[in-house]
Design a protein around this ligand. Sequence first.
Ligand code: MG
Length: 223
Amino acid sequence: MATIIAFDLDDTLYKERDFVESGRNTVAEAIAAATGIEAATLRRVMAEGADAFDALLAYLGDMGFTGYTIADLLDIYRNHKPDITLDPVAEETLAELRRRSIDIALITDGRSTTQRNKIEALGLYRYFAPGRIYISGETGADKHTPLAYMNVANTAPSPRRLVYAGDNPAKDFVNANLAGWTTVMLRDSRGVNIHSQNLNDVAGIYRPRIVIDRLTEILKLIH
Ligand SMILES: [Mg+2]
């Protein structure tokens, strides 16, 4: 039976916390270059604020730099080339899937430029074919809708097994579950994920069928 495994990107193939840090570093460097304030100071202001960019704008205002807006900071953050690396276990898993000629896809929510910069930085074009990358900012439909899952399923021969591996029970698994996929949640062993994984917070249809602690465990699903 053919198996297609679709992966989430953020907090499944790398830690999104690293992207956040990379983005804030880039913002700090850009503002430092324009104002002469030390980048390290700007990083600390963001780290200590309840909201990083609100705190940074308030600090810049106090320092007499009143011309910046949230939109300026978000523009730098969302369009920067991130300094992030593929999780080694994710790399091991993708390499093994390629070795076994298993069809894989990427289903991720976010802006096109932001997600594509991440995909490039992580070297994921080596593993995912261009036509197998589904980004909500490009398709117009995020994971609260069935579209991306349907697009993957429509390319799959029958009989087949469809698998979605993600991290976020608020949206990763519901439409895959409804379509009969095998849903797999990669548990956050280090407690650094952006989104909660408390399965008691969500209704049953939102929960993954399988929970794993290491992405390579997904290989056991292939027969
Ligand atoms: Mg995710």
